[in-house]
Write a protein that binds this ligand. Structure first.
Ligand SMILES: [Zn+2]
Length: 315
């Protein structure tokens, strides 16, 4: 079955949840469907996670995006390699099925797997960090992770409002705070903690020198709470609504020149060959403007909140 690529930067988990709820709701004989993700049985969550282990994680040929930033990920689950003279940084490891392809992609671009020194994450959801521990061992890299997500990485459990699949527990070598920098070989990446999607969701920014131009680049996967998450009265995340609002505020302030996402199929659609060919002006300069993207994400969140308020009886 052909699955439509996810909308813009949205985490695909979001899109995957709505349909089964709709299907379940028309079967009158079955028990009432769970209204919120946290009420769903793990078996249903596993079924919803299935596309990430199959078509989303199919291997693709790696390529250089711009400057020292390369794509070594899968069809619709990102893994970014940032190379320097002093070693390399890998951002996100994807699902477990991607391990071998990522290692091969690094080598295909002419880099040594053993030169990957730092392993970073966008956020602690299985589709971005399930391969972390395997890649940590394969490369010998040190894992840096944001407070709030570092705990989930270590526990091997999704501690976000989504509560989806887990992963092999990860050895975290450095716990980051908001604004911390990761430096290697002259490349400096700044970690911005944007809570809401996961407690330690991290947008990474860095200046990239691409030929004779310098861009501020963001790696963005902090789209606010997933669809289906209980926003009001979520006992595990009492501050979820405030966190999410603050997160959008922080996103707005970042204003990168260019951004990359965790599920980039749609972003890359129609641009992939031009990026491979090294076309300039850079193909990403025609992407949806940052502030428009953030506004779209915040609107979606506001609608989600309004609809949950409307269906939550006042006490
Ligand atoms: Zn996610």
């Amino acid at each position: 079955m052909n699955r439509k690529p996810p909308r813009r930067a949205g985490c695909v988990v979001l899109a995957a949840i709505a349909l089964p709820i709709a299907i379940l709701s028309v079967r009158a004989a079955e028990p009432a469907p769970a209204r919120y993700v946290d009420e769903m049985p793990m078996t249903l969550k596993q079924r919803l996670a299935e596309p990430f282990h199959t078509e989303q994680s199919e291997a693709v040929e790696p390529f250089t995006i711009l400057g020292n930033v390369h794509y070594v990920g899968a069809k619709n689950i990102a893994s970014y390699l940032i190379t320097t003279e002093a070693g390399h940084i890998l951002l996100d490891s994807g699902v477990r099925e991607m391990e071998q392809a990522i290692l091969e992609n690094i080598a295909k671009l002419g880099f040594e797997v053993r030169d990957v020194q730092i392993l970073l994450s966008s956020h602690a959801h299985f589709d971005h960090i399930q391969g972390h521990e395997a890649l940590r061992k394969a490369t010998g890299a040190r894992v840096h992770a944001m407070v709030g997500d570092a705990e989930a990485l270590r526990a091997g459990k999704d501690l976000s409002p989504l509560g989806f699949e887990g992963w092999p527990p990860v050895q975290v070598d450095r716990v980051l705070r908001d604004g911390d920098e990761v430096s290697l070989g002259g490349t400096v990446m700044t970690a911005h903690r944007i809570p809401g999607h996961t407690p330690g969701c991290t947008v990474w920014t860095m200046p990239v020198v691409d030929r004779d131009a310098t861009f501020s680049l963001a790696f963005h996967g902090c789209n606010g709470p997933n669809r289906g998450v209980r926003l009001i009265g979520n006992e595990n995340f009492p501050s979820l609504v405030e966190d999410a609002r603050a997160g959008f505020e922080r996103l707005r302030a970042l204003r990168p020149d260019l951004y990359l996402t965790g599920h980039p199929a749609e972003l890359f659609a129609g641009r992939m060959q031009a990026m491979r060919d090294g076309v300039r002006p850079h193909p990403l300069t025609t992407q949806q403007p940052w502030l428009e993207l953030v506004a779209e994400l915040e609107n979606r969140f506001s609608e989600q909140l309004a609809s949950q308020r409307a269906s939550t009886p006042a006490d």
